[in-house]
Design a protein around this ligand. Structure first.
Ligand code: SF4
Length: 152
C-alpha cells in the first residue's frame, strides 16, 4: 500500500480528496475489518474505504488501467443491465480495459474453458431486470449523498 489506513484517514480529515481518490491503497483494502475492530477511537475504517471506492468510481478519478476499479465498474454495469454476471464476459471486459496483453497470453486457457463448457459466451440474465435496475439506481442515488468525511 502506498498509504496506510491511518494515513488515508488523516488525508480524509485534512480534505485531500484528490490524493485519496487517486490512491491505489483504497483498492487494496480486502475488507477484513481488522482495523475497524482494533481501532481505539472506533472509527469505521472499512466502511470509509468502501465509501471512498464508491466515490472514486462515481467521480471517475481512480488510477487508470488499475484492474480493481475497472472490475467493480464492469461488474455493476453487467448486474445493472442483465441482473447477473457472466464470468467469461466479465473477465474479457476486464482484460480488454485493464490489460489487453493478458488476453493474448491466456487465450489457450480461455479456449480450453470454453470447450469444456466452464465458460459460456452468452449473457446470463434474470427476468425482471428493470425492477433490479430501478433498485440499484435508487440505491446509487442515496450513496451519492454520503461523503467519506460524513462516514468518519
Ligand atoms: S479492512 Fe483490513 S485490509 Fe482494509 S484497511 Fe482495514 S486492515 Fe486493511
Amino acid at each position: 500500500m502506498e498509504h496506510s489506513p491511518r494515513q488515508i484517514m488523516a488525508l480524509v480529515r485534512a480534505d485531500f480528496k484528490d490524493e485519496v481518490l487517486r490512491s491505489r491503497s483504497i483498492w487494496l483494502c480486502a475488507s477484513c475489518y481488522a482495523c475497524t475492530v482494533e481501532c481505539p477511537r472506533e472509527i469505521r475504517i472499512t466502511d470509509i474505504m468502501y465509501a471512498l471506492k464508491q466515490r472514486a468510481i462515481l467521480e471517475g478519478i481512480y488510477p487508470k488501467r488499475f484492474p480493481i476499479p475497472i472490475l467493480a465498474k464492469e461488474f455493476f454495469k453487467m448486474v445493472h443491465s442483465k441482473g447477473r454476471i457472466t464470468e467469461t464476459l466479465l473477465v474479457m471486459r476486464l482484460f480488454l480495459r485493464a490489460n489487453w496483453r493478458a488476453v493474448l497470453s491466456s487465450w489457450r486457457q480461455g479456449i480450453g474453458l470454453i470447450r469444456t463448457g466452464r465458460f459460456v459466451l452468452r449473457h446470463e440474465r434474470i427476468e425482471n431486470r428493470a425492477q433490479l435496475a430501478g433498485m440499484l439506481d435508487s440505491d446509487l442515488h442515496d450513496e451519492r449523498r454520503i461523503t467519506p468525511k460524513e462516514a468518519a
